[in-house]
Design a binder for this molecule. Structure first.
Ligand code: MG
Ligand code: ZN
Length: 214
């Protein structure tokens, strides 16, 4: 595991994002920018995705957190190349932070790179980092009002993963409303209902990832 503390947010984010994108393309790495509010299950999804891919696809991970290395340690324990970025207060990752750690990953060996953004339903959606697509996770414990309250995140995401579906019977949450509202904001959004805890629905998500990068 490597740790980089981000220095400062630079201007011209989009220009650097394009630079990153060119590098990823040249290296043949498919990049997924994973976003959610804190605790929705980003790291858990990565763990279960990596296990389900069973080493057939070479995965790398960039972990973004304000501080700490807990999430990177979880990925590191799976034997996956991982870099932890500590934003030092910033509530999202930007293209420059990603650019600074590219040499710390074996990009030549990777098929897919997951970038776990800082837990936040707002500004991660505003910053490109050079990804092929953004994906968001919403835990059903967050309630069914989130798509209409935080529309940009849903509009920017190619896929919505609805997590903790195993808790449905304990909650007054309308999962159909989440799906309907997300689709109304973003017509082609792909929706997966999963439980990272029980494994329910994970196979559909993993199969989709495999088709995207094959
Ligand atoms: Mg995490
Ligand atoms: Zn932010």
């Amino acid at each position: 595991m490597k740790l980089k503390v981000a220095s400062k947010i630079l201007d011209a984010n989009d220009r650097i994002a394009q630079e990153n994108k060119n590098i990823f393309k040249e290296k043949g790495v498919y990049v997924i920018n994973l976003m959610s509010s804190p605790g929705a299950g980003k790291t858990s999804l990565l763990e279960t995705t990596i296990r389900n891919l069973g080493g057939k696809i070479k995965v790398g991970v960039i972990e973004g957190d304000i501080t700490g290395t807990d999430d990177a340690a979880r990925i590191d324990s799976l034997g996956i190349p991982v870099v932890q970025i500590n934003t030092g207060g910033a509530c999202h990752l930007d293209a420059n932070m990603i650019n600074e750690v590219l040499n710390d990953l074996p990009l030549d060996e990777l098929d897919v790179l997951f970038i776990e953004n800082v837990g936040n339903l707002v500004c991660p959606a505003e910053f490109k980092v050079g990804e092929n697509m953004k994906v968001m996770i919403l835990s059903i414990t967050e309630g069914h009002d989130k798509p209409l309250k935080y529309p940009l995140m849903f509009q920017e995401s190619s896929a919505l993963i609805i997590n903790k579906i195993d808790l449905k019977s304990f909650l007054d949450v309308d999962v159909e409303k989440i799906k309907k509202d997300a689709a109304s904001l973003n017509q082609p959004i792909k929706i997966f209902e999963v439980s990272c805890k029980t494994g329910e629905g994970i196979d559909n998500w993993v199969k989709w990832i495999q088709t995207l990068i094959s």
